[in-house]
Design a binder for this molecule. Structure first.
Ligand code: ASP
Length: 464
């Protein structure tokens, strides 16, 4: 039995929903279907979830919210009419919105309830349409499906006792259509996962039902080895491991929610990323193990918006507790860090820019100077992080050499290298302005068969 999740672009309008229905019909093992809220129909369209958020803020700020409500209802009405479904679904959606608008709960609780309307309505629409086509399909509310979560609005975490209830979904007749993105707390409050969280619902249901496959339908044929904004027609990834996907999605591969990997990984459910617009394409498989002999680097990810704090102190390596004291300062100030490469007399700590705000900067610098008596402390902003990702990378001779040679060829200064802490990635920090050239050069080095590849042949060091 398979769990199939369809993202926002797959349910953005009636044409897309018809494709979804064909995909479901074509394989009777697709028994549990998870749907997102209607997404963008064109590049500057607005996602349904964002329309719902705007509606909620207008209401909470005592503004006139009729226009927001109208936009939402118009979109649902168009989908429902184009699918030739009855008016009762539209009335049901309208009533649910009105009920949540009058909700007497915390502002965050109301926001979560309104945010859930997108997914909830999609599930009602898709199941009604499947029924119209003669399929035995039903809408299953997340509570009925057994998705019980912590009461953290916008950040729900699944409660482990949910799994045994979810397993019973296997017993249901026909196709169960479940809205993604939210669950219920023990106190019966509706709580959403983080943004993009329908992937999480899909993974939870795949793990809970012990599905043979979790299919994640999006609008791309497969995951690319590198961001296509930097490299034209990059190679596809046909198979990668959970760990590789985690590292890639950390640094900008947004095709699959990183939190969704956890339930799939724990139950070892293979994930297949597929395209609703081209369902015959094989897609990208995410599995627990792959043979890395031919392709030790699977992808190159990158992200901007980092900054680094550099400290140096002579004989730092002999000072017991230096690292702890330094990191303690960040803990005290409520700043979480991303990486912390170190040398004998130096240590850098890398942050996401938005977490290390300029007002925190002065406090932290003063504390480091006064409490740790360092020789130097400095901050570098506009940093980009590049991750070269692949299983077996640390056991393969020449990968770091190839990577650094490609930076040298492009004339790019590497601000930082972090290799060895992760089994499957090497991290480089460069100035954000150099990012595009750095990626292009790395891609050439690792993914194209030109002469430069021959300079540092990748020989597996395993067994040496
Ligand atoms: N609709 C939600 C969002 O836009 C969740 C999802 O699409 O997965 O974040």
């Amino acid at each position: 039995m398979k769990v199939a999740k369809f993202g926002g672009s797959s349910v953005a309008n009636a044409t897309q929903i018809k494709k979804v229905a064909n995909i479901i019909k074509s394989d009777p093992s697709r028994k549990v279907i998870v749907v997102s809220a209607p997404g963008k129909r064109f590049s500057d369209d607005v996602k349904m979830t964002d329309l719902l958020i705007d509606l909620c803020y207008a209401k909470q700020n005592n503004q006139d919210y009729q226009l927001h409500l109208q936009k939402i209802m118009d979109r649902f009405e168009e989908i429902i009419n184009d699918l030739e479904l009855g008016n009762d679904i539209l009335e049901d959606i309208q009533q649910t919105i009105e009920k949540y608008l009058q909700f007497d709960t915390s502002p965050l609780g109301q926001l979560d309830a309104l945010k859930s309307i997108g997914e909830d309505s999609s599930a009602k629409i898709v199941s009604a349409y499947l029924q119209r086509l003669g399929l035995n399909a039903s809408y299953v509310n997340p509570k009925e499906a057994g998705i019980f979560v912590s009461n953290e609005p916008g950040q729900a975490q699944l409660l482990p006792e949910s799994f045994s209830i979810i397993y019973q979904l296997r017993e249901r007749d026909g196709v169960s259509v479940v809205p993604g993105f939210f669950g219920y707390s023990k106190e019966n409050d509706l709580v959403t996962f983080s943004r993009g969280g329908s992937d999480i619902t899909g993974a939870i249901l795949a793990a809970g039902t012990k599905a043979s496959l979790y299919e994640n339908f999006t609008d791309v044929d497969s995951v690319f080895a590198v961001n296509p904004n930097f490299v034209e027609n990059p190679k596809d990834i046909t198979v990668l491991t959970y760990k590789e996907m985690r590292e890639l999605s950390y640094a900008g591969f947004s095709v699959f929610h990183d939190e969704a990997l956890i339930p799939a990984f724990k139950e070892q459910i293979p994930v297949c990323i597929k395209n609703t617009n081209n369902p015959d394409a094989p897609g990208t498989m995410i599995v627990s193990e792959r043979d890395a002999t031919d392709q030790c680097v699977v992808g190159i990810a990158s992200d901007v918006g980092f900054c680094s704090l550099y400290v140096s102190k002579f004989l730092m390596n002999r000072e017991v507790g230096f690292g702890r004291k330094l990191l303690n300062i960040f803990e005290d100030e409520g700043i979480s860090f991303e990486h912390a490469p170190s040398g004998i007399d130096d240590m850098s700590v890398i942050f996401r820019d938005h977490r290390f705000t300029p007002d925190k900067e002065q406090v932290v610098i003063d504390r480091i100077r006064n409490e740790l008596h360092v020789d130097t402390v400095s901050i570098h902003r506009d940093l980009a992080v590049i991750m070269v990702v692949g299983e077996g990378l640390v056991n393969t001779v020449g990968v770091a050499a190839k990577a650094t040679a490609s930076f040298a060829k492009a004339g790019i200064n590497i601000d930082m290298i972090n290799q060895g802490s992760s089994e499957v990635s090497m991290m480089f920090g460069v100035h954000a302005v150099d990012l595009e050239r750095a990626i292009q050069s790395l891609y050439k080095e690792f993914f194209t068969a030109d002469e430069s590849n021959l300079e540092f042949p990748s020989i597996s060091a395993k067994g040496h």
